[in-house]
Every structure is written in C-alpha cells, then in structure tokens.
Design a binder for this molecule. Structure first.
Ligand code: MN
Length: 722
C-alpha cells in the first residue's frame, strides 16, 4: 500500500504547485471514513481509493483530481455526507465527489447489451467535469485489476460492462493504455479459453523467435541514426484481446496470424515522422494497402500517427507506427495528457502543434473545445476546471421502469418518449409519471428521468400534440392519428345523413345494400364513401340513388339543416388546444385561468373537461387518477374575449382602500365579476378582498396585480390557488 507521504511526494514531483495540505487531509479523511471496511479480497477497503489515486498520479493529474479519487467512495459507501465533504474540502472537490456518487448509481441500473452505447453517452452527459470521468475510469481499472477476488457471476457481469462501456470510453478519451488493460482483463473473464490460447501462442512465439523484437529494434535504430534522425524505437507484442479481435474480424486462425509484433518509432517533429517512414520503406518492403496517415488526417479521438506494415527481416509482417513524442503521450494518456501540455503554444511553434481534425463529428466537438481552452488557458488546473463535457448536449437519456434507455433530442417530452417506445403507446398515452411523480405531458425530460406512460385504450392523440412533440416519429404519428380521427368523425356524420334520409322514406340503413352501391359512386369502401359524404365531397342523395332509391329534395334540405344545427351544438368558445372537438370545456371557478398561463384539463366523464391553471391546489385530488389528466394549451382568443382569474388582496382597513382597488381595475380595463370581503382572522386592521376578475390574458392580469401591489393601502396581492 502506498504511504501517505509517498503519494504526496509523487504528486509534488510532477506538479510543484500541488496542494499538499489538501492531499493529506483527503487521505486521512478517506482512511478514517472507510475505517474497518474490507474488500472482497479481504484487504482494507481504503486500499482501493488509494490505488485509484495512484493510477491517476501516473497520469499526472492535478491535486483536486487525486483528492477526489481518495474520497470517491466515501459518500456512496460510508457515513460521510456530501455536505460534510463540501464543508471540509470546498466546492470543487465536493462537486467532483458528487459527480462520482451520481455515476455510481448508474452501475445499479439493469443493462441490456444493446444499451451500452446509450449508457456510455449517459455517462458522458452526466459527467459535467472531465475529471469525474477520469476518476471513474481509474476506479474501474482498479476494480478490474482486483476482479479475481469477486464471485464468478458478478465477475462476468462486471467484465461485460467494462468491455461494453468503460473500455470504449477510455478509447474515445484517447487513453489507450487504460483501454487495453481493461479489454485484456475482461477478455480473460469473458472468454477464458481463447485468452489462454493466445497467451500460450505468444509465449511460444517469444521463445521461438528469440530476441527478434530486440534485433529489429536495433536494426531500425541504426538505419534511422545513419540518416541523422534521433529516434526512440520500441518493440512490443500486440495485446491478447486485440489479437483475438483481429482473428475474429479476418476469420484467421492463430497460426495464420503473423503480425503480432509492432514497433513504435518516436521522433521529435512531424517532418522526422515522414523522413523515418521513407527510411522504413526503403529498408523493408511495404505491404500494399496497409499504409495509414493519421497525421494528416487524425482519428476522431485526436489520435495521430503513421501506420505501416512491412515485411520484416525474417519475412514476417511487422507493424510500424511512427509519431512524435507528444502525439505518443496523447495517444497513451488522452485527455489526461492534454491537460499537461500547458506550454502547447510554444510546443506548437517549436514542434508540430496540435492540429484539430477538420471533419469533426458532433461527438468530438468537445475535444476541439478542450484544445481551444488548452491554447488559451495558462495552467492545467484552469484548463481542467473550465472543461465541461459538452458532449451530447443535444440529447437527453431517459429510462423505462424496466431500465431500458431511450435517447431523445433535448427538449423532448413524455409524448416523444411514448412514441419512441411504440406508436400504439404514443397514440393511447394520456398521462405520465416522471421519477414516480405525476407530471404533465409537456414536461421537458431531463437526463436520467424514469418515465412511466399512462395509457387509455379509448384515447387518441389530440392534434395540438403535434406542436408539443419534438421528434419526427411522434409528429408523424400524431398527424396520422389525427387524420384517421377526423376521417372517422366525417364518416360518422356521413352515415348519420344517410340514415336520416332513409328514415324519411321509412327505411332502415343496411350496411350490405349501402356497400353494394359504393363502387357506383366511385369509392373503394363504405367508410370512404361515408367520409366523403360527411366532408361534403359526395352527396348523400347520390349514394341513395345508386342504391336505387329516389330522393326528395325537400327531405334532403331538412336533413341537412338538422345535421348542421347539431354540429353547432356543444361547440365551445374557449380557445383551447388539446381537447377533442365537441368536448364541453369549462374553467375551474375557484381559480380561473387566463391565456398565457400553463393549464391542464381534468376529464369528468359525461361532463367534459375542466380547465385548471397548473398551480391550482385542487389538482392534488386528481394525483391518483392520472388517466383523467389532459394536456391543454391556449389557442388564439377572439378579439375582446375575457377570461376569469380570481385574486386575493390584503387591504388596510381604512377609508378609501376599496375605492383604490376598484379604480385601478377600472383604469386598466379589467372587469369585476364577483367580489367578497372577509375579515382576516388574526390580523387586525386588515381585511381580505377576493375578486373574480375578467381579463384578456396573463399580461393584462399581471399589469393589474402589479399596479395594485404598488398602492399604499394594499399589503398583498395573490392569485387564489383554490
Ligand atoms: Mn470505487
């Protein structure tokens, strides 16, 4: 186990400005917090955070990151609280530890293999600070190193998760060493036979080829030196998992696999990279089609290097990677390495600089951002602090109750969520719960929200949803459903017309007879024809004629008139979107509701919908009946249309007080519909005035309320919440 002073000294060695006091305090605090806890291996638990911190010192990270590493499991696993960390270590450390505690909860969510990509994104989106992710990766790396102590079933799950989520994440952050180690350990757990086979084969090759690695190293070094290039050549074996992947990808057997040796040539400048390449190709035959220049076109994770495969001295294929020292450092340690290139601008002038990939994908915009901050900031600490992962800022990730992850664009609502699950779920959606609480369907979803969709088979999506939904899938489905709904309504009207015409002749409607006549009026089926009649595209009389019946013009007029007046009935004058046509609507009397404020509807079967402002306390009584909730939005009111709003005014009990109030309301063009005066219990010299106002909209209402608040005799003005 690393001692306290060893850790502090190690940090101080690469960072002279290290906060030694902070490191000492974090060490002692974490050690005490974990107390007698032990890990699966039986060793003291504190050894784990200490090892995680040690991994991060290898990456030369700042004191805050190291302290956060020491503290990373305290809030999750010990008596320590977030507040205590904040009090003792300040905001920066506390927010890092908080980020880690939040991510730790993610590990408990059930995971399906197909969810890996989304989970990776969620992890990124939830790690506001790059350092959180760096500690998390180090944490996982240490857990992998000690995985053999864990029970087999659990071991398998952790290895799977690491392979799917953490190793690729490390790769994307450019930390190849961490990625390779994670992959190799996971591989040995997930596929022990293959792993063993490859390790044996590597051992045999090693003994057969003797010092081939050293021989080639020497030869390369000499060739480069004779051309005046100062280079460092390092040979290495490919990692077991990368060999396995290649075998799988190319359907090769182990014996067919030749290029398991790789060489890295490290030079000082970009120019020397290309010079060295020329020398390598002069010396050995290049394998055609295997040359890749990631210097002129870097990979998305900012990886830069030249790769080539040549036929080596003993006719085996050998991969050679050529890059500068700086490129190498970034390739091995990724984001962590970037942080330390504080003199990057000087480096850019002296060496080759860091070119930013021209064609960058959204996912890697953050890396560009890193680079920009890097070039502006003057200390690595500042760089890390100001680096917020903006990755996937245009997406939110939500869960179903079973832990399935749904990715949606930012601003998406539960309606989008429902349609993302299935069109039929969207179509029948009537309400939702977010994180266990009833919420309206217009709520904007946040990362990590768990969403339960409440459905009703009778429901069809109100047309106004089209404006609320943000995903194309939801919008298209709502439009389709709305169209089908309208068509159904027209068909109903059409059928009513036809039935009435028949009734006037003393006949009853027969679906069979009507259907037989449909082709003669140019329609495919009865529903089509009925909808056409309802819309007015087809005369009902024509269908009757096609059925061989005569129609009296007088009958036709009478029926039409009746149908027209019927459709006028039940029409409402409230400009509200989101309710089906012909629904009776009324505003909740105790509060009122005015355009411009958020509203919600409550369905009362047989009566219609009552509109409540979202703040109405009376809504609580419907919490257990989410199926009665309807999302409504205001439409455009008619010119001069007024809406009720009930307000309460606490007024001094003095002469002229009431007059002041009515004067303000009158001057602003508000109407008073009801007015009640009541003594305020317990408050002497004041009384409460409750007024049901009639105003045009929320602006009009606020104008009046604000003016009232400014009056000397008025003590308080509030909306009545019911
Ligand atoms: Mn941990």
């Amino acid at each position: 186990m690393m001692r306290q002073y060893e850790l502090v000294e190690k940090v101080a060695r690469y960072d002279p400005q290290a906060d030694e006091d902070l490191l000492n305090r974090a060490y002692v605090y974490a050690m005490k917090a974990h107390g007698n806890q032990v890990r699966a291996s039986g060793e003291a638990y504190f050894n784990h955070p200490l090892e995680v911190a040690a991994i991060l010192t290898d990456m030369k990270l700042d004191s805050a990151t190291i302290a956060a590493a020491l503290l990373h499991d305290t809030v999750e696993d010990t008596e320590a609280t977030q507040q205590e960390i904040a009090d003792k270590f300040g905001y920066e450390i506390a927010s890092l530890v908080d980020g880690l505690t939040k991510i730790a909860k993610l590990d408990m969510v059930t995971k399906e293999a197909t969810q890996a990509e989304n989970l990776r994104k969620l992890l990124l989106a939830m790690s506001r600070d790059v350092r959180v992710l760096l500690v998390k990766l180090a944490d996982r790396l240490h857990n992998m190193r000690t995985l053999h102590h864990v029970k087999p079933e659990k071991r398998h799950r952790i290895a799977q998760e690491t392979m799917e989520i953490y190793a690729p994440l490390a790769g994307r952050m450019g930390m190849q060493l961490v990625r390779e180690e994670m992959e190799d350990i996971s591989f040995s757990v997930l596929n022990p036979e293959a792993s063993k086979l490859i390790l044996e084969r590597l051992a045999r090759l090693r003994s057969e080829s003797g010092d081939l690695l050293r021989a080639i190293e020497k030869e390369l070094n000499e060739a480069l030196a004779s051309h005046g290039i100062k280079a460092e050549v390092k040979g290495r074996e490919k990692r077991p998992y990368s060999i396995w992947r290649k075998m799988e990808r190319k359907h090769l057997s182990l014996d067919q696999l030749s290029d398991i040796f790789g060489f890295r040539v490290l030079v000082n400048t970009v120019d020397e990279c290309y010079l060295a390449l020329g020398i390598v190709h002069q010396k050995w035959l290049a394998v055609p089609g295997r040359f890749k220049d990631y210097i002129s076109s870097p990979k998305q994770n900012d990886y830069r290097s030249i790769h080539t495969i040549v036929i080596g001295p003993h006719s085996q294929r050998v991969e050679v990677q050529i890059r500068t020292y700086m490129m190498h450092d970034i390739a091995e340690r990724g984001v962590a390495a970037h942080a330390l290139y504080k003199d990057i601008r000087e480096a850019a002038k002296a060496k080759d600089g860091v070119r930013i990939p021209a064609a960058e994908s959204n996912a890697y915009r953050w890396l560009r951002h890193l680079m920009e901050v890097l070039q502006e900031g003057d200390s690595p600490k500042e760089f890390l602090e100001h680096t917020r992962l903006e990755l996937f800022h245009d997406q939110v990730f939500c869960f179903t109750p079973k832990g399935k992850l749904i990715a949606l664009p930012r601003g998406a609502t539960p309606i989008d969520f429902a349609y993302a699950l299935h069109t039929s779920i969207g179509d029948s959606c009537v309400g939702c719960k977010i994180n266990g609480r009833t919420a309206t369907l217009v709520t904007k979803l946040q990362n990590g929200d768990e969403v339960v969709i409440i459905r009703s088979d009778a429901a069809s999506p109100p047309p106004a949803w089209e404006a609320i939904a943000v995903t194309g899938k939801a919008k298209a489905a709502i439009r389709r459903a709305t169209r089908a709904d309208i068509r159904k309504q027209y068909a109903g009207i059409g059928r009513e017309l036809v039935e009435k015409l028949l009734a006037r002749q003393g006949k009853t409607f027969s679906e069979k007879e009507a259907s037989a006549a449909v082709p003669r009026v140019g329609h495919k089926n009865l529903d089509d024809a009925m909808a056409a009649i309802g819309r007015g595209d087809l005369a009902a009389a024509d269908l009757l004629k096609a059925m061989g019946l005569a129609v009296d013009a007088k009958d036709l007029r009478a029926v039409r008139k009746k149908a027209a007046s019927k459709s006028e009935e039940g029409k409402f004058s409230l400009p509200v979107r989101g309710a089906a046509a012909n629904t009776a609507l009324k505003i909740f009397h105790a509060t009122g509701a005015v355009p411009g404020e958020r509203i919600v509807g409550i369905v009362t079967p047989g009566e219609g919908i009552t509109i409540y402002p979202i703040f109405a306390a009376a809504l609580e009584q419907f919490d257990q009946e989410p199926e009665r909730w309807v999302d409504l939005t205001w439409g455009v009111a008619e010119e001069g249309q007024r809406f009720p709003a009930r307000i309460s005014i606490i007024l001094a009990n003095e002469v002229g007080a009431l007059a002041q109030v009515t004067q303000v309301i009158g001057e602003h063009g508000g109407n008073i519909d009801e007015l009640t005066l009541q003594a305020r219990h317990g408050i002497r010299d004041f009384f409460e005035l409750v007024i049901l106002l009639e105003v045009f909209d929320i602006r009009h209402l606020n104008e009046i309320m604000n003016e009232l608040k400014g009056k000397p005799l008025v003590s308080e003005v509030n909306r009545v919440t019911g």
